[in-house]
Ligand binder design. Sequence first.
Ligand code: RM4
Ligand code: MN
Ligand code: MN
Length: 431
Amino acid sequence: MSKTIIDTAQVEQHNTSQRSALQADYDALGGMLSRRGVDIEALTAKAQTFAVAVPSWGAGTGGTRFARFPGKGEPRDVTEKLEDCAVINQLTRATPAVSLHFPWDKPSDPKALRQQADELGLGFDAVNSNTFQDQVGQAHTYKFGSLTSTSQASREQAVAHNIDCIELGKTLGSKGLTVWVGDGANFPGQSNLRGALERYIDSAKGIYAALPADWHMYIEHKLFEPAFYCSVIADWGTSFAVAQQLGDKAKCLVDLGHHAPNTNIEMIVARLAQFGKLGGFHFNDSKYGDDDLDSGSIDPFQLFLVFNELADATLRDGAFNPAYMLDQSHNVTDPIESLMSSAVEVQRAFVQAALVDRAALAGFQEANDVLQAAQTLKKAFRTDVSPILAMARLRSGGAIDPVAAYRASGYRNQVAVTRPPKAGASGSGIV
Ligand code: RM4
Ligand code: MN
Ligand code: MN
């Protein structure tokens, strides 16, 4: 039994107060679904299998390049971040793993960190390297790029950092490395477009060579920012080409916020899945750019359509288990509340996609019955599966209403006392 951070009696009390209302809603939904030939129990069991990893850097309050407004009791180091992640998982039962970012989360004692995670019932998903900032005392700058820098010394340093991340990840029990670089250019002519990608591939081969046999290397593309004229790994096509060059362990990672507005992301998902290169996701939502807003807060239909493609791919190819991770920045909400709600929103899309009548959809597509095909998707999307999600949480030992249970626990006020702000703390979200 893992250690729980919130008093289990408190969660139990919360659940007791909501249980009969949930049961009534669940029974009503179950009746409605059974008239559609759907077994609610199978869906609830499926919901219980869902897991999405929490980004350690999302546990602190984020900010913009203009300002950051810190919240109370923010985690100040990686062990405190793990405590917050444990709260998120205790109440949602949907986030059993944490994705770490180095050197932000570099532990002084990796074995002790792994032990802490074990005690809290947490594991580690992909580790992230950071060559988009210079660290204090670093020998060579990344001002003009890292894996693609024209400076061989900077490139070698960036490769070595990624290999360090793999080594740390091995001790922690991680099985993947996510590589996102900010490399690119701000001016036409600043960089040789082809030369930069050639250097990227060359550097990436050095990282790939250090990857254990059972690991994945996730190549994350992003259209722009910090480079404002061109990014070296700007799109899924480039990511795909790189992953092809590297080998089977290299896959593409889709961060939902890393595309031009109106890009058809579910189509990207379908393409990558078709060619065996869909490695995983950074879930978040956005209105304009890499806004890193809470998953499902702006365009829940898009999230559903992504999961619809995943369900289709699973049906065709069998389970292929892409890594599900959140990547968000919480500037004006309590990060724990945002991460809990976001995990539930991603889980919601997963369950809604399972509700799509795939045989009917295929029939309508075959017959070019456009209206009914579209309605088939909408029918699943419009179904309020909240009682299924709540029942899945209850049965897995979580809270019927995670945010209400969290607020009732007083956790944030307690840590506000035990975690006074510390100079140089690494706990805050990205600015
Ligand atoms: C980037 C990208 C990466 C994340 C950094 C902090 O925009 O999304 O995944 O590691 O931000
Ligand atoms: Mn990301
Ligand atoms: Mn991003």
